[in-house]
Ligand binder design. Structure first.
Ligand code: AMP
Ligand code: MG
Length: 407
């Protein structure tokens, strides 16, 4: 059998992303419940933020014109303004006791922090000459009324939720959660809690994939373990595609006699089986079951994990209408040698350390086998080793933090 040339990671990802369109459904949710959701519309601020000049400090609001230049300057305290209460215009020759967040009284042009003052009965001694505008937060320095403060396609972080709320938005329009159907192929796979017969292994992929998908805020439709039989695989696939926006499977996508995912998908839709020039994770299947996009991940636990991060996450992002962003990767020093150049791009499970000379350095897990899931648990990210490249300790390598891949 003539083998197709291997695809690069970029080529495969590009083909996958081109084949799917973002969902168009929307729903309105409470801003308070919108963490990790993707905005369907731009969010405007209803108001100017701050909506009034206010004090950044506990202290005294003053008029610079009242300062003679001789310090300390004594000023009678004519009013007290706490947050949430507007004060009176500031009388000439006096100071207003003021607290953080309280409106600046008309006429005041600086706040002196209380650490630079001494209270003296009904007056205050200002020990330090204030500067114009000091410790005043200006109206509108954060947002303007009507301004777009968050753009459609943003996946909401805690700070985004706060920004929407500061602008007065109690509810926002987001994309619905993506429904993702998953199942796990393999006659050898059983759930932890059951006893293992000879030759059986536990379904670890169900746990790592569930965790990854939960982090991503999807609605999971889990069909569990499916035996290596064409008819069963086909039947479950059909149900999965009917119930979801995306179907993901684990295992069964090689071209062995026990790998039925390919034939099952082909009979219900269309499939590309790719050999990707990467390690771990060479075989990857992508296609459609009916109209539902389908991804068949390799069964080896590390391959499943890594191909999910590199291919499924960008796919989920696009399906949910999230604005595309480049994979986060930054240069660090290699704390290891990689003496043999490979024909496939390698994604090594790695951690960062600060070397004795203060340099950010990547160290790798000693066993990089694609079945060794402890390597992924130990790691904080992946080192991306290009094809045909050897690495000597101290060389710059590219580190992709797991934290930059999850939301
Ligand atoms: P496959 O892709 O089905 O050829 O599987 C490749 C390897 O991954 C085999 O050693 C399988 O036993 C293992 N494997 C497949 N599915 C799982 C799973 N759900 N959990 C853990 N290991 C798996
Ligand atoms: Mg299998």
């Amino acid at each position: 059998m003539k083998k197709e040339p291997m695809l690069s990671v970029e080529e495969a990802l590009d083909k996958m992303l081109k084949a799917v369109a973002p969902m168009i459904r929307t729903e309105k949710v409470m801003t308070l419940q919108a963490l990790d959701r993707v905005l369907a519309d731009d969010v405007l601020s209803f108001i100017t933020v701050p909506s009034f000049d206010n004090s950044a400090m506990d202290g005294y609001a003053v008029r610079l014109a009242d300062f003679t230049g001789d310090m300390p300057q004594r000023l009678p305290v004519s009013q007290r303004i706490a947050a949430g209460r507007p004060g009176e215009p500031l009388q000439a020759g006096t100071a207003a006791r003021i607290f953080t967040g309280a409106p600046i009284p008309a006429g005041a042009d600086a706040v002196v922090m209380q650490e630079d003052c001494s209270a003296e009965g009904d007056a205050v001694l200002v020990n330090k000459m204030p500067k114009a505008g000091s410790h005043i937060r200006r109206a509108g320095e954060d947002m303007r009324a009507g301004e777009v403060v968050l753009t459609a396609g943003t996946r909401l972080t805690p700070a985004h939720m706060g920004v929407a709320a500061a602008g007065g938005q109690a509810k926002i329009v987001v994309r619905p959660r993506l429904r993702v159907a998953v199942f796990y192929t393999g006659d050898e796979i059983v759930m932890p809690g059951e006893s293992l017969k000879p030759g059986q292994i536990y379904n670890s992929n169900r746990f790592s994939l569930t965790g990854l998908l939960q982090r991503y805020g999807v609605e999971l439709v889990d069909y569990g373990i499916v035996p290596d039989k064409l008819e069963t695989t086909r039947a479950v696939l059909e149900r999965a595609a009917d119930s979801a926006d995306l179907v993901i499977t684990s295992g069964g996508v090689s071209v062995g006699e026990e790998d039925h995912v390919r034939a099952a998908v082909e009979s219900l839709g269309q499939l590309d089986l790719w050999r990707i020039a990467m390690k771990p994770g060479k075989p990857l299947a992508f296609g459609r079951v009916g109209q539902t996009p389908f991804v068949g991940l390799p069964g080896n636990p590390v391959s499943t994990y890594v191909t999910f991060l590199l291919f499924v996450l960008p796919l989920l992002r696009k399906l949910q209408g999230e604005t595309a962003k480049a994979q986060i990767a930054y240069p660090v020093a290699a704390g290891f040698d990689w003496p043999v150049a490979g024909k496939r791009r390698e994604y090594l499970r790695a951690r960062l350390e600060v070397s004795t000379s203060g340099e950010l350095t990547a160290v790798i897990f000693p066993n990089q086998g694609s079945g060794v899931l402890t390597s992924a648990a130990w790691a904080e990210g992946l080192i991306d080793i290009p094809v045909d490249q050897t690495i000597k300790a101290g060389d710059k390598v590219s580190f992709m933090p797991f934290s930059g891949m999850h939301p």
